[in-house]
Design a protein around this ligand. Sequence first.
Ligand code: SF4
Length: 160
Amino acid sequence: MKKPHRDSPGARGDGRAAETAALAEVRAVYAELERRPAERGCVRQTGCCQFRLTGLVPSLTPAEARLLARGWRAAGRTRPPEEPADGACPLFDPLRQGCRVYESRPFGCRTHFCAAAGGPRSRREVLDLIRRLEEASERFLGDREPRPLPAALRRAMEER
Ligand code: SF4
């Protein structure tokens, strides 16, 4: 793992400040994404949550994973979610048929829409935002490597 940037909060040994800064940038990126016009949008069909059926698992930067972990813990949860036997996202609630952390869902869930929602946004349209997520992860957390959602979330839960 790379070291945090010399001038970053993480480099000063203040892990909480580094995480706060990383989360602020992730939220800013998600807000910017919302402001960009798109001829498609999530209609909560939840098709993209069925990883085994789609064969696609979103990858998260470490900063996004921290935000996702925070969303998961918000209801007082202290352990990562179980990985379901049907191969769905561990954050998918089969009873309510919805995401348990929708407000904190990662960039991939905000851009890789299922066919019912119009299909994925092109990477070219959002490449600058992907770069910002990577840079925030590197600068504040010293690690920019994207990981599949289940592994990224487990890791973020452990890093608390
Ligand atoms: S994080 Fe939420 S929206 Fe994204 S795949 Fe998992 S359940 Fe679906």
